[in-house]
Design a protein around this ligand. Structure first.
Ligand code: ATP
Length: 396
């Protein structure tokens, strides 16, 4: 048997018998030997990606499952207890639009996460990398609408149903994976939490993320759910237009997606931003509505951005957009000449972090899902925002 349940069933690695972590019960522990076999000894041919947290391999597990195996980099050498505590939190969070964590491997210095493998890769490597021509995937309008709504639902779940609420902190195209049916799954939620606060290589991650960063988070380090909503707004516009938030190959005035969207919105020509690759086969009213929702989500003032559950209703048409509320979005380029100072505040009063009060969403009581907010419990999935923001200053 290559793996065991953490609650001392099946005899996992010796560290997991540590009495201080006996309360952790839901994490499947894989033996390093099984992971080596699954990846053919981490054969480069099986490597499917490289992110800020380490390398990702495709692997075949003994139970027949295909997995994405994320080998965390050296910086993440957290103690077994801390690591498993975080993993236990992540593994309890399950939703059809979140990537499923199968388990982990925590032997010696190894810290490895084992996820459900998603067949159709990430949005940045498919839709934003040339769409059908490059990936063979037909991103027609219906598929895009389904992707936008799915991501919105996954994020609404993290923000409003999980207790304490989770701020993803890194919503972007490379963290949206697609399954066989092109249903979207958000990856990396809770992951930055595994990194020690002094981790230095965070700068490369932030560099790739700048266009998604809400100004108040980038400049003042204010981390709330509204920062995720800003990133979602940018992603939404990327999906509709099939272009990245920044494209240096375009003439200067067209390079920044958000600036372009605002310009076109003011001229009542938003439809021009919709992907020309759709060959005109799309619902223009709906596509423009999505772009307007993107503008609403990226408003400069966090208070003007809708919550994610409202975004879901706006996307599905259950709720109408009040276009009077759309003002110029907050643009990071407005702050390009500012140097950012740390240390940084993680939250505002209405989005306070409280990691100790985490409760399993499955045991989450029904009255809360009817809209009652308990804003005192927010779990930030981010690594040190101070680290992120101070390294951000060195990359702009
Ligand atoms: N569950 C998965 N199924 C299939 N492919 C995956 C899975 N997880 C990751 N990948 C692949 O590995 C790549 C790297 O993923 P990873 O999340 O480590 O980094 P990233 O999102 O590109 O960057 P960052 O770590 O800065 O967020 C992804 O772009 C994707 O192609």
């Amino acid at each position: 048997m290559g793996c065991s349940w953490f609650s001392r069933r099946g005899g996992g690695p010796s560290e997991v018998d540590d009495g201080g972590i006996a309360s952790i019960q839901n994490v499947k522990i894989y033996k390093y030997k099984e992971i080596r076999q699954a990846t053919d000894d981490f054969n480069p041919h099986n490597k499917i990606g490289e992110g800020g947290f380490g390398s990702v391999y495709k692997g075949h597990l003994k139970d027949g499952k295909i997995a994405a195996i994320k080998v965390l980099s050296a910086e993440s050498r957290q103690g077994v207890k801390e690591f498993l505590t975080e993993i236990n939190v992540i593994s309890e969070i399950q939703h059809e639009n979140l990537v499923k964590l199968y388990g982990c491997c925590v032997e010696g210095n190894h810290r490895i996460l084992i996820y459900n493998y998603l067949e159709n890769n990430s949005l940045d490597k498919t839709l934003l990398a040339g769409g059908y021509t490059r990936s063979g995937i037909q991103f027609d309008w219906r598929t895009r609408a389904k992707i936008c709504i799915g991501v919105a639902k996954g994020l609404a779940f993290l923000h409003e149903e999980v207790r304490p609420h989770i701020i993803h902190r890194d919503i972007k195209a490379s963290n949206i994976l697609l399954d066989r049916d092109l249903s979207p799954k958000i990856s990396d939620f809770g992951l930055a939490r595994l990194m020690p606060p002094n981790m230095t290589h965070v700068s490369t991650r932030v560099a790739g993320t700048i266009g998604y960063l809400a100004p108040e988070y980038a400049v003042r380090g204010q981390l709330t759910r509204k920062a995720d909503i800003y990133s979602f707004g940018v992603l939404l516009m990327e999906i509709v237009s099939a272009r990245s938030n920044k494209n240096t190959r375009l003439p200067t005035e067209y390079q920044y997606l958000l600036e372009r969207a605002w310009e076109l919105y003011e001229r009542n020509e938003l439809v021009d931003l919709v992907d020309a690759g759709l060959n005109g086969v799309f619902d223009a009213e709906e596509a423009c509505r999505y772009l307007k929702i993107g503008l609403l989500c990226t408003q400069d003032s966090p208070k003007l951005r809708p919550t994610m559950s409202t975004v879901v209703k706006l996307l599905t048409g259950e709720k109408d957009i009040d276009t009077r509320k759309i003002t110029r979005p907050g643009l990071i380029s407005d702050f390009m000449d500012l140097k950012v100072r740390g240390p940084v505040v993680e939250t505002k009063p209405d989005d306070e972090v409280n990691r100790n009060n985490y409760t399993n969403p499955s045991s989450y009581n029904a009255s809360s899902s009817s809209g009652t907010r308990d804003n005192s419990n927010v779990y930030s999935s981010g690594a040190s925002s101070a680290a992120a923001v101070s390294s951000f200053s060195s990359t702009i």
